[in-house]
Design a protein around this ligand. Structure first.
Ligand code: SAM
Length: 278
């Protein structure tokens, strides 16, 4: 069986990746090698050998073409690590972001000591929020998404928790649940479509637009979720949002009658909004 030294694949990437520049080439190459071949930095230092048959070689060069066309690594390797699990992703779903991991860790800290609860994740995408909350809170968790493709991926990821999360193909506009919730969480589309030109080209070209953009009214989903929560959130329930810090003052106004708190992300941006309905 032919094999290859891992340093030669790494060098091939360093020489041939041209979509990125500077340090990004190194970072992207290392990420690719880890996600595709499970190669760690120590494996590279030890120059570990890899099996290099014609199939592996063809797939590597196909991937290199995709990298050079700007396809995100996560869609090439179909994986993204989120919180403490590897999630399957493809272009039906938004690639889970580190700020959303932060949101989840705030929720886990705040809800950990509360009694058994029903949790709803609106716009669940890959299911990363819903599945992580199920794992860490003793709760019934539901996730809805308008996109059938996203629900299929969320159900694929549901195997991480023995299919214990209930994913439903439903929009926030149409969803009429049979139960009420104690916690509602959402990282809804929050880039105003007028700002499309400010979005990086590989995000714009490859990630699903219905996951990213909101047209007409940048607060559309927050208004819909507020209306939904008035009916379906239990008394003393909590809503946790990821937000676009650009709309902080408008959101403050929208939720002014309720107890609400903005929380900064690690970059110091007001990125999360927690609302309590008493
Ligand atoms: C920003 S993504 C968040 C995905 C995932 N929760 C995450 O954090 O990675 C927003 C999600 O909302 C879904 N969505 C868009 N419009 C919706 C609607 N009207 N009702 C329900 N889900 C919607 C999109 O399909 C997308 O999966």
């Amino acid at each position: 069986m032919p094999d290859i030294e891992s340093n030669s694949i790494y060098n091939e990437l360093l020489n041939k990746v041209n979509y990125y520049s500077g340090n990004d080439i190194k970072n992207i190459s290392l990420k690719y090698l880890y996600q595709k071949f499970n190669l760690t930095n120590s494996d590279l230092i030890l120059n570990k050998k890899l099996e290099w048959n014609s199939k592996v070689k063809r797939s590597f060069y196909d991937d290199l073409d995709k990298i050079n066309n700007g396809v995100p690594i996560q869609y090439i390797t179909n994986s993204q690590f989120f919180y403490d699990e590897n999630f399957y992703v493809d272009n039906n779903v938004l690639i889970p972001r580190p700020e959303t991991e932060e949101l989840v860790s705030h929720i886990i800290k705040r809800e950990r000591d509360n009694k058994k609860k029903n949790i709803l994740d609106i716009g669940t995408g890959s299911g990363c929020i819903a599945i992580t909350l199920y794992k860490h809170l003793n709760a019934h968790v539901f996730g809805i998404d308008l996109s059938k493709g996203a629900i299929k991926i969320a159900n694929t990821n549901n195997r991480l928790v023995d299919n214990k999360v209930r994913f439903i193909s439903e929009s926030i506009e149409e969803y009429t649940p049979e139960t009420k919730f104690d916690v509602i969480v959402s990282s809804p589309p929050y880039i105003y479509s007028e700002d499309k030109n400010k979005v990086e080209s590989n995000v714009l070209n490859y990630e699903p637009h219905e996951a990213l953009f909101v047209s007409k009214d940048p607060l559309y989903f927050y208004k819909k979720i507020l209306k939904f929560s008035r009916r379906y959130l239990n008394q003393n329930g909590n809503i946790y949002f990821e937000i676009n810090d650009k709309y902080e003052s408008e959101l403050e106004l929208l939720f002014s009658e309720l107890e609400c708190k903005f929380i900064k992300d690690i970059y110091g941006k007001k990125r999360f909004l927690f609302v309590s309905i008493t």
